[in-house]
Design a protein around this ligand. Structure first.
Ligand code: TRP
Length: 336
């Protein structure tokens, strides 16, 4: 029997190269060998964006189209919308009794995110909502609803998987063996850097290349990418290891990589020429994705159907889980 994989992604923006190389590329492989569930985590996105549901709503569609365009295959993967499966919300309520507030505040991921919020919005304790602090509980429900065994995540998510494991153990201890303890499947690629050399790529940092970017946008962004600051003139030798243009040549596997490196070091390659080559290669890389994006943008009814089918399959599994959870807790009330 194939093992079950469950992963989720928040619909708060389009996919960028950081998502693609950091996570999605791995999903494309995993979907071939596992029972693969891919959750568009709109409920979780709302914990941060409850005052802007329109943003979440719009990005459910954008993200679904991005995911299909990179090769998420609806024949292999059950892609579904979290809020369409109320069983997840019910499980969240039952699990919330098994977690202390102190433990949630100690979760390193939650802790870091609260600190980031405080840095942005000031030190008012009130800005942290119950829903936000509780999102690890809801994520435990995401995972266990489908008996997820392997959870592909980046390093920052490991504390959430650990918290889920604790919830599962506590549930099984109190109510009897019911749920499966998941294991994290750490992403094989480290975090992808931004065009400006920042360790993280992201929308707020303005340093990301999106899979949906058109040729002109790609060109502008790459022309502004950070290169070796010591290189002033076109034929100065430079250090490719600190150049983001070289970093991206490497990332998208330019077959001329060795030449790029050699010429850069020797000073026989100007940055403008090097950037132009990257623009060309980047467009080659993005072109099949763009074609599929255009197709799905023109066929929204097909995207809708894929989500409906995925959600239906996923819901069946979540219904079974909820039913066995209620049976274990002896709250099925089939007879009084
Ligand atoms: N918290 C994850 C993120 O921000 C998204 C997510 C939601 C998730 N539910 C999940 C990841 C379940 C793994 C399993 O990236």
């Amino acid at each position: 029997m194939k093992k079950t994989i469950l992963t989720g992604i928040r619909p708060t923006g389009n996919l960028h190269l950081g998502h693609y190389f950091g996570a999605c590329q791995n999903w494309l492989k995993l979907q071939n060998d596992y029972e693969f569930f891919l959750e568009i985590a709109d409920v979780q996105a709302l914990t941060d964006n409850f005052d802007n549901p329109e943003k979440v709503r719009k990005n459910v569609k954008e993200l679904s189209i991005d995911l299909l365009s990179i090769g998420i295959d609806p024949k292999k993967t059950r892609m579904f919308i979290q809020s369409k499966i109320p069983e997840i919300a019910e499980l969240t309520v039952f699990y919330s009794n098994l977690v202390t507030i102190a433990r949630l505040y100690r979760n390193p991921t939650v802790k870091t995110e609260i600190a980031q919020k405080k840095a942005l919005f000031g030190n008012e304790g009130e800005s942290v909502t119950y829903g936000f602090v509780g999102y690890p509980v809801s994520q435990a429900a995401d995972i266990t609803a489908f008996h997820g065994e392997l959870i592909p995540v980046g390093e920052d998510q490991l504390p959430l998987i650990e918290q889920c494991r604790e919830i599962v153990r506590k549930f099984n201890h109190i109510y009897g063996e019911t749920l499966k303890e998941p294991e994290a499947l750490l992403s094989p690629t480290p975090r992808i850097k931004g065009l400006d050399g920042n360790e993280k790529m992201g929308k707020s940092l303005g340093n990301a290349i999106y899979l949906a970017d058109d040729e002109e946008t790609i060109s502008k962004k790459i022309m502004n990418a950070k290169t070796d600051p010591e290189k002033i003139k076109k034929d100065d030798p430079a250090n490719p290891e600190i150049c983001m243009v070289y970093y991206y040549h490497k990332l998208i596997k330019n077959e001329n990589l060795e030449t790029v490196c050699k010429e850069c070091k020797a000073g026989s390659r100007g940055c403008v020429a090097c950037k132009k080559e990257l623009i060309e290669k980047m467009n080659e890389f993005l072109s099949p994705i763009r074609e599929k994006r255009t197709y799905y943008l023109e066929h929204p009814e097909e995207v809708k159907q894929i989500l409906e089918d995925g959600t239906k399959e996923a819901k069946k599994k979540a219904e079974n889980t909820l039913s066995s959870v209620k049976t274990s807790m002896n709250i099925n009330y089939e007879e009084l």
